[in-house]
Ligand binder design. Sequence first.
Ligand SMILES: [Zn+2]
Length: 228
Amino acid sequence: MNKIYLTVTAHPDDEALGFGASSYVLSQKGHKIYNCILSGNVDARRHRPNIEELQTHTNNAQKFMGAESPILGNFPNIKFNTVPHLEMVQFIEKVIEQVQPDIIVTHHPSDLNNDHYYTSRACQAAARLYQRKPCKPLQGLYFMEIPSSTDWAFPIAGHNFDPDTFIEVGEKGVTQKLKALYAYEGVMRDYPHPRSDESIKALATLRGSQVGKYYCEAFQTAMNIITP
Ligand SMILES: [Zn+2]
């Protein structure tokens, strides 16, 4: 049965970095993908495009990933620590009510980027919505890995990204992910940066080889409900 996937991420490009190839292959199979980007309407980063350009980049990226129209928030880029936790939780809850996802994918809580951390915490709280009020039950919650962020976290908390779930994406999935990333002008870097062609493809190769596939994106399970 076709499922509805919702990613909840901090910045435009996170959804492509963490879920871009999976999004493409799942959409090709008839599943629906919605990307909620909490600072999607904010342009505060240096060397980044203005807001209109950013929205164009975001929309173009969704097309390469086979995703629906993006859901964009106004949370302040690089300042998610200044946002009341409840405000962010309630925003994500509204998105959940609107989209009615079966599966939610968000940031890993042990991520070097502070916005990613706050996004993950708020999304974990919001993911419990179906246990607090009548709405569609969630089937799974997963954490993604963001090259140059999740992999740059220092091993001090003892809970770094530890993948246990792999989505086979194929070479075409990796190609579409790269196209989505290039739609976001200024995101990609030269090798050996993790956001380079070589590294993105190498990570997909590595994740695939860990489970006997050619190319995968990897995730860590937070919750997976199996209904017989
Ligand atoms: Zn980010």
